[in-house]
Each structure stands twice: as structure tokens, then as C-alpha cells.
Design a protein around this ligand. Structure first.
Ligand SMILES: Cc1cc2nc3c(=O)[nH]c(=O)nc-3n(C[C@H](O)[C@H](O)[C@H](O)COP(=O)(O)O)c2cc1C
Length: 184
């Protein structure tokens, strides 16, 4: 797919299924992260790849986080948390890793990690691979962060769900360019 076509038509895919995209497709997705704008080329990111049975461990961690928040969480709610990682064959945990630098404040590093994440979404879309960026309170939860091994200078900026497109893709409407771009 042409780059402009991907940029103008990318959309998220909430319903994802097996199989996992091919190793070549996945490498293309991961490689795209490195072309994010990145002040001082700090590479202020890292990504955890969670697939197969590791998703069950992530589900358990989500339940632990839920119970730490509310010890009376009922079994239905626990099961809902446990099943979240099973929504796709691969979850990429996108982590912004702050590296103290005299010219690059933390916000710029977070933005760079977000740009790397968006690049991966685009690389997935360009290859016909389904993907969706999710967060929710679990992304900001201390139990989840600890269980995934994050340090104090790291934050989860998203869970990228990746897999085979299951169902149709949505119709896009024409963007209102004038409403968001004004001459000054
Ligand atoms: C940082 C971030 C976190 C997001 N978290 C969620 C989420 O937890 N749940 C959700 O339904 N959409 C979430 N979204 C939005 C979707 O990824 C998606 O962009 C939105 O549904 C619009 O669809 P589109 O990407 O096809 O335009 C998040 C987006 C960003 C940038």
C-alpha cells in the first residue's frame, strides 16, 4: 500500500483473531517504530511482546491489579479482566522509557514513544494486519507496571493489540481540515 493511502485511511480494528501475522510482517511493524521523530535519537521506548500462554499470565496480572484495587471484585468481573489479553494473538506493551537529557524533557520522550507506537499501527495497517491501541486504567496501574517489570522512570503508554482482521473495517468520513488548520 502506498504511504499516503495508509496515512489517509488507517483505522483501528477492535475485533482481532488468530493467526498471528507472519514473522516478516511483524518485523516490518517493529522496524517502523524506529522511524519515529526522536529528539537526540534517545530511543526512549521499549516494547514487550506478549503472545501465546504469556497472555494468560497477563490476564492473571490484570486480575491481581483488579483485586488490589477492590478486594471484593466478583468472579464475573475477574473473568472479564482475565480474558482481556485473549482479544488478540499478540499484545505489544508500549513503554516510554525516560532517559534524563539536558535538552530533551520527559514530555518529548513520551511523544516520541507515542510516535513509534503510531508508526507500528500504520505499518500494521499498510500490510493488512489488524491493530488497535488501547490503554484503560490497567495501563496506569502500579501492580501491572510492577508485574511487567517497569522501572520508576518507565510508563506504559499503550497496549497494541495485533492480529488478523475479524469482521469488516469501518467506513471513514472525510476529515474537516478547515476546522483544525487555520492560517495565522
Ligand atoms: C493513548 C491512546 C489510548 C487509547 N485507549 C483506548 C482504549 O483503552 N479503548 C478504546 O476503545 N480505544 C482507545 N484508544 C482509541 C483507539 O485506539 C482508536 O484510535 C479509536 O477508537 C479511533 O479509531 P481509529 O483509530 O480507527 O480512528 C486509544 C487511543 C490512544 C491514542
Amino acid at each position: 500500500m502506498d504511504a499516503l493511502e495508509a496515512l489517509h485511511s488507517r483505522s483501528s480494528v477492535p475485533r482481532l483473531s488468530e493467526p498471528l501475522p507472519s514473522p516478516q510482517m511483524l518485523e516490518n511493524i517493529y522496524k517502523a517504530a524506529f522511524r519515529a521523530a526522536d529528539h537526540a535519537v534517545l530511543r526512549p521506548w521499549r516494547f514487550l511482546l506478549i503472545k501465546g500462554d504469556a497472555r494468560l499470565r497477563l490476564g492473571d496480572l490484570f486480575v491481581d491489579a483488579g483485586l488490589a484495587n477492590d478486594a471484593s471484585l466478583n468472579s464475573t468481573a475477574q473473568e472479564k479482566l482475565r480474558r482481556k489479553p485473549m482479544r488478540a494473538p499478540l499484545i505489544v506493551v508500549c513503554i516510554s522509557c525516560y532517559k534524563p537529557h539536558p535538552k530533551v524533557p520527559q514530555i518529548e520522550q513520551d511523544l516520541s514513544a507515542a510516535a513509534a507506537t503510531q508508526n507500528m499501527l500504520l505499518a500494521a495497517f499498510a500490510q493488512g494486519v489488524g491493530a488497535m491501541w488501547r490503554t484503560g486504567s490497567l495501563a496506569y496501574n502500579a501492580v501491572v507496571k510492577g508485574g511487567l517489570g517497569l522501572s520508576a522512570d518507565e510508563k506504559i503508554i499503550g497496549f497494541l493489540y495485533i492480529g488478523t482482521i475479524d469482521g469488516g473495517t469501518k467506513q471513514l468520513c472525510e476529515p474537516d481540515i478547515q476546522a483544525h488548520f487555520q492560517e495565522w
